[in-house]
Design a protein around this ligand. Structure first.
Ligand code: HEM
Ligand code: HEM
Length: 123
């Protein structure tokens, strides 16, 4: 499996573990306030990262070069900024709004770079 796929699966698994722990914490406490952070940690952090990793594993030629690594770094940094900020926003800290926005746009940049990889003319 290409290195970028390995990296996506490593971060995806960490996001998954934290996402599920957050889900269990909500379920056990009965306080579901942080469900959007839980949902997006699982869906962006686990599911989307894993799909990126699978894509690169199925298309190893497109995993070559620097762009996939940059795409991994940008997307992952975006998730790491967006989700904790969203968590604290969900708990009522409205000062987190700009950080959630910044993180979301970095995630968008990571997805745009993925589009650049998918639509590139290489093999
Ligand atoms: C042991 C694992 C998990 C537990 C205990 C758990 C628990 C919860 C809880 C308590 C809520 C709040 C429900 C509500 O107030 O409406 C929730 C919402 C949600 N969870 Fe999880 N979750 C788990 C795993 C996952 C996974 C793996 C995903 C996605 C891949 C996921 C996606 C979602 C989504 C999208 C919502 C929001 C649903 C809505 O819009 O109401 N969850 N989860
Ligand atoms: C940067 C990327 C994203 C942004 C900025 C974003 C933003 C949002 C917003 C503003 C809501 C409404 C929340 C509310 O009404 O309280 C929402 C809900 C939702 N989004 Fe996203 N989203 C993103 C990515 C995704 C992705 C990739 C998925 C699925 C793979 C997804 C699945 C959902 C689901 C299931 C809900 C309903 C549950 C919830 O409110 O948390 N989102 N999203």
């Amino acid at each position: 499996m290409p290195r970028v796929s390995q990296l996506f699966f490593k971060t995806a698994t960490v996001f998954f573990l934290i996402g599920i722990i957050l889900g269990l914490q909500m379920g056990m406490s009965g306080d579901h306030a942080a469900f959007p952070a839980h949902a997006h940690l699982n869906l962006l952090g686990w599911v989307t990262s894993a799909i990126f990793g699978i894509y690169y594993a199925l298309n190893p030629a497109r995993a070559e070069g620097r762009l996939p690594m940059i795409q991994f770094a940008i997307f992952t940094i975006g998730v790491i900024i967006m989700i904790p900020a969203l968590y604290f926003l969900n708990l009522g800290n409205t000062a987190m709004v700009p950080l959630v926005g910044i993180g979301s746009f970095i995630v968008l940049a990571g997805v745009a770079l993925f589009a650049a990889v998918v639509f590139s003319n290489e093999a």
